[in-house]
Write a protein that binds this ligand. Structure first.
Ligand SMILES: NC(=O)N[C@@H](CC(=O)O)C(=O)O
Ligand SMILES: [Zn+2]
Ligand SMILES: [Zn+2]
Length: 425
């Protein structure tokens, strides 16, 4: 069967768009042009067509915490956000730290995922800072202990030596526990106002500085998760200038919000790392614009409503992000001209795929048909009831944005269709 997407618009350069039809056969783009016909034609009404988005940082909670999310609901949420490849974090129960446990995760993915999912393996057994996972036994595209920092420098050094040998990236949640002092939000005016224990920026930046020295020594590809602090951006910038193979991601929420946006003791604003100062937020945007920070990653971290009702002192860290990332960033930054549509899409699709050698589509004949279609013209309000995710813990509910994902195709099959309001599998 030949499917034709009619009257879409692709990005030519920056914000310049061009009207096109795209023909898809057997999951592959077979023709791009004007006035194409097919067995099934889908009218796009001049909506934006892009390669499917790629997110290297999501939590799908399966196995172990399926009341928060599953591989099925997580990938459906991703498809609704325009994503066709995502990388799942290993802070599950059990942690995939043996060959068998990793095989079990892969078979869940084969059974339930509606898009491409690459599972991470942990750096160490049990996400502690002790025994390294043997990378020749537990195979994965990359290794991370996300959720906790690798506390011991020697352990991180040996992990990097091993990862360099197997040519795998080390992906780091950077957090020095000895500097945490039980903090629950950024140490700043808001933590003082609310009387809550703070988390200093140096909790993150000092460990990034340490790791950049180790990465320089070992030559590993070292990737920093969810950068939040100004001094972290400076450390990464200086590492890059010295030729260290360091890359970094920033989350939509850290680009969009700072501690001043936290209205009250509402745990939908609680995540790790925390929303920091306005100055930190500005440094993140600067780093994103100058290439110090390479990509966007959502850190989609679902938690139940019940867990999140406990306020900052009791609730777990983390917010969902897959279903709102593109629209929030498009509305806040592309519409007012801070950066272009091309700049954003590259950092949500092409660049993350290239950094980690992941599956990714291109808008050209012969490419796999993993595509997203976005409506840039119709405003809509982010609503809890609309989530495909099992969880809805985010501070962005109720916000009106542009850039709803209208359609997502994975391998040429529709996995999200907003008009039909259903996900086909
Ligand atoms: N980001 C978070 O606040 N939470 C994540 C863990 C993590 O990404 O560090 C989670 O697993 O819930
Ligand atoms: Zn983390
Ligand atoms: Zn995470």
């Amino acid at each position: 069967m030949r499917i034709v997407l009619k009257n879409g618009q692709r990005i030519v350069k920056e914000n310049e768009l061009e009207r096109i039809d795209i023909a898809i056969e057997k999951g592959i783009i077979t023709e791009i042009g004007k006035n194409l016909t097919g067995d099934k034609e889908i009218e796009l009404h001049e909506k934006l067509v892009t390669p499917g988005l790629v997110d290297v940082h999501v939590h799908f909670r399966e196995p172990g915490f399926t009341d928060k999310e599953t591989i099925r609901t997580g990938t459906q949420a991703a498809a609704r956000g325009g994503y066709t490849t995502v990388c799942a974090m290993p802070n599950t129960n059990p942690i995939p730290d043996t060959k068998e446990k990793m095989a079990a995760v892969r078979s869940l993915i084969d059974r339930d995922a509606c898009i491409n999912v690459e599972p991470y393996a942990p750096i160490t057994y049990g996400l502690t800072s002790e025994e390294l996972v043997r990378m020749n036994e537990v195979e994965a595209f990359a290794y991370t202990n996300d959720g906790v920092g690798v506390q011991d420098a020697g352990t991180m050094f040996l992990a990097m030596v091993q990862a360099a040998k197997y040519n795998r990236p080390i992906v780091a949640h950077t957090e020095d526990n000895s500097l945490l002092f039980d903090g629950v939000m950024h140490e700043g005016f808001k933590s003082k106002e609310l009387g809550l224990p703070g988390i200093m920026g140096i909790v993150e930046s000092s460990q990034i500085a340490r790791d950049i020295h180790l990465a320089k020594e070992t030559g590993v590809h070292y990737h920093v998760c969810h950068v939040s602090a100004k001094d972290s951006v400076a450390a990464i910038r200086s590492g890059k200038m010295q030729g260290v193979n360091v890359t970094a991601e920033v989350s939509p929420h850290h680009l969009l919000l700072n501690e001043g946006h936290i209205p009250s003791d509402d745990a939908n604003y609680k995540m790790n790392p925390p929303l920091r100062s306005e100055e930190d937020q500005r440094a993140l945007l600067e780093g994103f614009l100058d290439g110090t920070i390479d990509i966007i990653a959502t850190d989609h971290a679902p938690h139940t409503e019940d867990e999140k009702s406990g306020g900052f002192m009791n609730a777990p860290f983390g917010i969902v992000g897959l279903e709102t990332a593109f629209a929030l960033l498009y509305t806040q930054f592309v519409k007012p001209g801070v950066f272009s549509l091309e700049f954003l899409i590259d950092r949500m699709s092409k660049i993350p795929a290239r950094l980690f050698q992941l599956r990714q589509a291109e808008l050209r004949v012969g490419s796999v048909a993993d595509l997203a279609v976005f409506d840039l013209d119709t405003p809509y309000t982010i609503a809890k009831e609309d989530y495909r995710s099992k969880s809805s813990n985010t501070p962005f509910n109720g916000k009106t944005v542009y850039g709803m994902c209208a359609l997502t195709l994975y391998n040429g099959a529709i996995v999200w269709n907003n008009e039909k309001d259903e996900v086909e599998k």
